[in-house]
Design a protein around this ligand. Structure first.
Ligand code: GLN
Length: 470
């Protein structure tokens, strides 16, 4: 009830698309009853959780923040949603995002932009007020990051204890950094994607947003493991773990990739990053500069691969099986075209168009195949670095703290915003686990996060170090 009340009182954030008040209260009552009988269902019994609106939820509208799926009520739960419910979690509702998870601001969905809760913090208001007279409520509020901005804002505003996001290029870590919460992108294949409406199948992973690293480990434990409905999940059984309290980091080797000193990285973030490296050094860890030479190609490659997969993924939205269907009915073709024109925003249509271009017979080798090859080089950079004895990589998560919405949507910034994932994307190319840990506040009183990238399937080590650092 308190969570639901908080959702109501923070409605200005636009973090939720659907609040499943009735079912949530019923689930909570059932959990309470189990608690009274001393028979909890599992680790998450009675814990209020929110889910990004690109995961299917049986009986609850699932929109992907798109006109295409407005009103769509799936008949089944995504595996991760089912697993949460099986552990007793209370599903509060579905959170806001960029349409079909394409974006990095949570500004591009049909339900409007998500506002970062920190826009209303005392620290930010003081800083902003000292520079201008305008009310942060009206013009200076900052973006939540994206595309899982609704989930990050929901956790950050204390409306839930954990939320699911998705991460294809940074969509869990980026909003986690901007909203000051923990954002974990697990290893590709560790968690089922069944029921996650796909963006880029070869890179998508369900992400976990929580208030602290320990909570992320608990949620991971409930979600990880093989799913017969997702053939890309690994067969090995996953042992849930509680995180040890690391006291000695002297055997740890932390890599600082030099290619992450990218143009556009704010001096403030750079300072926080070097301070964090010093912290490890002073605690006795080995901190070494390493090189991931193909990092700079990850964004261009991503755009080719993403568009290609989007072009094929979005083919299912034809107005016949699910979602929106246009009234235009002169011919089947005109119905398809009108449905897709009315259903998708310009970002989605742009990617479909370019994806189909990259996949044309005469372009396929030059774009798609080449991008696949470069993807392999990017992944091999990590293999080499981890093979040389590095345990973990430490990098910034975002280029700067969150920017005001009015800045973010300016036309010239929108082209620049393709660079937003520059520090997070390569981990998706390589399928590696990575986590954002809130680290400091910027001069404007907004959160700054740092990212740890770990070895494949070494979530325990990754999170243990993240917890030490937290
Ligand atoms: N910003 C990237 C995109 O727009 C990544 C999104 C994501 O990780 N879902 O494709």
């Amino acid at each position: 009830q308190r969570c639901l009340a908080l959702i109501r009182s923070t409605q200005v954030l636009n973090a939720y698309i659907t609040v499943a008040e009735e079912t949530a209260l019923k689930q909570a009552e059932e959990a309470e009853e189990r608690y009274r009988r001393g028979q909890p269902l599992g680790e998450l019994d009675g814990i209020p959780i929110a889910v990004k609106d690109n995961f299917n939820t049986a009986g609850i509208e699932t929109t992907c923040a798109s006109n295409m799926l407005k009103g769509y009520v799936p008949p089944y739960n995504a595996t991760v949603v089912q697993k949460l419910l099986d552990q007793g979690a209370v599903l509060l509702g579905k959170t806001n995002l960029d349409e079909f998870a394409m974006g990095s601001g949570s500004t591009d969905g049909v339900f409007g932009p998500v506002r970062n809760p920190w826009s209303y913090s005392r620290q930010y208001k003081e800083k902003v007020a000292s520079r201008s007279d305008s009310e942060p409520e009206n013009s200076n509020w900052v973006i939540a990051g994206g595309s899982s901005g609704g989930s990050a804002a929901a956790v950050s505003a204390f409306t839930c204890f954990a939320a699911l996001g998705s991460d294809t290029g940074g969509s869990t870590r980026n909003p986690a950094a901007h909203c000051g919460v923990v954002g974990l992108k697990p290893t590709y294949g560790l968690i089922s994607r069944h029921g996650l409406i796909p963006l880029v199948n070869s890179m998508d992973v369900p992400g976990i947003l929580t208030r602290c690293v320990d909570d992320a480990a608990v949620v991971l434990g409930t979600l990880a493991g093989h799913d017969p409905k997702d053939s890309t999940t690994v067969q090995d059984t996953f042992q849930p773990f509680a995180l040890p309290s690391l006291t000695d980091v002297s055997k740890l080797c932390v890599g600082i990739p030099k290619e992450y000193h990218v143009p556009g990285l704010s001096s403030e973030i750079l300072a926080v990053w070097s301070k964090a490296a010093d912290l490890f050094k002073n605690a006795g860890a080995k901190v070494v500069e390493v090189s991931l030479p193909h990092t700079c190609y990850s964004i261009v490659c991503y755009h080719v691969l993403c568009a290609a997969e989007v072009a094929s993924n979005m083919a299912r939205f034809d107005g016949l099986e699910y979602g929106h269907r246009s009234d235009v009915n002169k011919s089947t073709e005109s119905m398809y075209a009108a449905t897709r024109r009315e259903g998708f925003n310009d970002v989605v249509r742009g990617r479909i168009l370019s994806g189909n271009y990259f996949l044309l017979k005469q372009n396929y080798e030059d774009y798609f195949v080449k991008a696949q090859k470069v993807r392999r080089l990017i992944a091999n950079d990590f293999v080499k670095v981890f093979g040389s004895g590095i345990d973990i990589l430490l990098t910034p998560t975002t280029l700067s703290d969150a920017v005001p919405y009015v800045e973010f949507i300016k036309e010239d910034n929108r082209t620049r915003s393709t660079q937003d994932d520059i520090l997070t994307q390569a981990a998706n190319m390589a399928g590696l686990p990575a986590v954002n840990v809130p680290t400091a506040l910027s001069g404007r009183g907004l959160p700054i996060g740092l990212q740890f990238i770990g070895r494949s399937f070494q979530e325990k080590q990754l999170l243990t170090v993240a917890k030490w650092f937290e």
